[in-house]
Design a protein around this ligand. Sequence first.
Ligand code: SF4
Length: 276
Amino acid sequence: MYKNDTIYYPQDEMTTFLLPVTTGCSYNKCAFCSMYKDDQYGEVPFSDIEMQLLNGYIYTEKVFLTGADPISIGFDKMKGLLDMIHQYLPYCACVISYASIKNILKYSVEELSILHDAGLRLLYIGFETGRDDILKLMNKGHTVNEAIKQAKKLNEAKIPFNSIIMYGIAGEGESVDNAVATAKMINQFVTNKVITMSLTVFYGTELENMVKRGDFIPPNRKEQLVEIRTLLENLEPKKSMIFDTTHPTNIIKIKGTLPQDKAKLIDKVRNYIKVL
Ligand code: SF4
């Protein structure tokens, strides 16, 4: 039951009103992910959501929809949900959600624009990498071209989003190439923020099996830092964009705005590499 489930949400949304919308993950096949392995996918009934909203603080300004990918409920339900939030929390100017490339694919630009106007103002999206072979290896369920296309759709619909990428995901000896490809992908759209996570091999995942079989060797710390540096060197955002490695999985915690802080951030990573 969702009331007993572990709730995953971004650290920036710690003080945001959390509204459960889905349980489990509608996909649940990424090789590196253990978050929802034992949970069945399901939608929280609207009557339960309404009850949560009824008990919400009327002056709430931000709502985070919890679930692996709440936009999996589809356009009609998303629109109904956003309208309900507006009805009970009339001062809420920003509804935020995780979203997968696979599910954004199901929405047209027009539908996304309607959701934007109804209050959907920020998405967190797991792009992970800009390499098709690695997306396939990790069974991510989308391609680089699909990711770029969906990101551009969101740009057109004016829905801002944060891009989550995972360094180390390409394995030993592949980090520089992965960073270049990932930067190349990100350079093709406008994103609010690039949030990095370090690849972690979680117990019970397909990735753990791959490591045990010797089919995948994670890069060492130095290679991972070189990957972050290479990513920074190759990012050329069309609009100013935050670069943020402060998520707890990261081996270095830096945050700044690109392009103006680029040299400073690269220097910080370089200095860190030197003392290893
Ligand atoms: S990474 Fe996201 S989409 Fe993939 S299995 Fe985990 S929760 Fe689902």
